[in-house]
Ligand binder design. Structure first.
Ligand code: GRG
Length: 369
């Protein structure tokens, strides 16, 4: 066992599918709103809703949950409650805050857009206004700030910007290279150049050029390069090797850490596996050992998945544990997940089909003139 590692139990349960659905419904439900855990997570509320709804969807239980009456009343469904909350977080600048009254931020704008596409409710918002908000956050070097107030720069925000524009089907329309006279837009080439500068000698990526490689940042940077079709610009094998080195050799092998000398954590099953999938190197990881690790992090009593065996469960680790098992092909009960957007594959397919249809219609109308 390495210096920074953990012990595992000898036996672990199989995937506790029904227990996880129970847990997810419990923490997503309006009646959970009075709990300490709920109140203390207000600053990340929008992302919390995205994690829960995505996990409910890949466990085939979203529809049923959304139709339930909220607060045990007949007047409003859980879906209406969530949509009302989301619209209250939609700010006049076009972005979304984490909760009602919070300033717009790139992180929560992506979560809100992900929720809207999951619920098929994008028509409730002004897509162009959201895209304009995102475009105002691009800096001269191509990077993106998280908000207009503190201007923190991070490759996470590059991913949020590019992923949002793609999910809104506005990535092309907002590309200044393609529409140079447009008053709003982003420079996609510069966005890619910035992300490429975040790659280190070890193959990994950091928050900004020169900062330490971290698996979470790798996911974001590889996501940007995948969406913009620029993945060929990096040394794939070097990065895939660094990602595989995240697997710790403890006990029966297993969990992944986010950077050298750190403890394993279930969330890296997502950040590392989705990156390997985008790179076409998912088969490089020891799948059996990782499946064992994720299963060991399940709570057999309450359902839900935690970061490490025996810790408390939460929606973040539950989503990424389930999504990791799905990518590993170890959970036939789950719906396929898209490795770039962390949304059910059928949701991403529907967006791409709608976008193709719109392009065909535009082409037909242009030719008819
Ligand atoms: C669509 C899934 C999705 C995400 C949106 C915000 C974002 C894009 C990605 C975040 C990527 C990231 C940086 C993940 C890492 C999260 C994490 C557990 C950070 C913990 O960092 P440390 O330093 O932990 O506290 P370690 O494990 O290094 O000790």
């Amino acid at each position: 066992m390495e210096k920074k590692d953990i012990f595992y139990p000898d036996t672990v349960p199989i995937l506790l599918y029904n227990k996880h659905i129970e847990y997810l419904k419990h923490v997503s439900c309006s009646s959970y709103g009075n709990s300490y855990d709920f109140k203390s997570t207000e600053s990340i509320r929008m992302s919390g809703i995205y994690w829960c709804l995505t996990a409910l969807d890949i466990t085939h239980s979203l529809k049923e949950f959304l139709q339930k009456p909220a607060n045990n009343s007949d007047s409003i469904s859980e879906e209406e409650r969530i949509v009302n909350f989301l619209l209250q977080c939609y700010n006049p600048d076009g972005g979304f805050g984490a909760a009602v009254g919070h300033d717009s931020h790139m992180l929560y704008t992506l979560s809100a857009v992900q929720i809207l596409v999951l619920l098929r409710k994008l028509d409730l918002v002004d897509k162009h206004k959201i895209a304009r908000f995102i475009s105002t956050l691009q800096q001269v070097d191509g990077s993106f700030a998280g908000d207009n107030k503190y201007s923190e720069i991070d490759s996470r925000f590059s991913f949020c910007a590019i992923a949002c524009l793609y999910l809104l089907s506005l990535l092309d329309a907002f590309d200044l290279q393609k529409h140079p006279s447009s008053p709003f837009g982003i420079d996609t080439n510069k966005a890619v150049d910035f992300v490429l500068k975040c790659q280190n000698f070890d193959g990994g990526f950091g928050t900004v050029p020169g900062s330490e490689s971290h698996a979470g940042q790798v996911y974001c940077c590889i996501g940007v390069l995948t969406i913009t079709r620029a993945l060929h610009k990096i040394d794939t094998d070097l990065l895939a090797w660094w990602l595989c080195e995240r697997q710790l050799p403890s006990g029966r092998l297993g969990g992944l850490n986010g950077r050298p000398e750190k403890l394993p954590d279930v969330c890296y099953c997502w950040w590392v596996l989705s990156s390997l999938k985008m790179l076409g190197r998912l088969h490089w990881i020891n799948k059996e050992a990782l499946i064992f690790y994720i299963r060991a992090c399940q709570d057999p009593e309450t359902g839900g998945i935690s970061d490490r065996p025996g810790d408390c469960c939460d929606p973040f680790h539950t989503l990424f544990g389930l999504a990791g098992l799905q990518l590993l092909g170890a959970a036939s009960e789950l719906q396929e997940i898209n490795a770039v957007f962390c949304l059910p594959q059928y949701v991403v397919d529907a967006i791409e089909e709608d976008c193709c249809l719109d392009q065909l219609r535009a082409h037909r109308d242009k030719n008819a003139k």
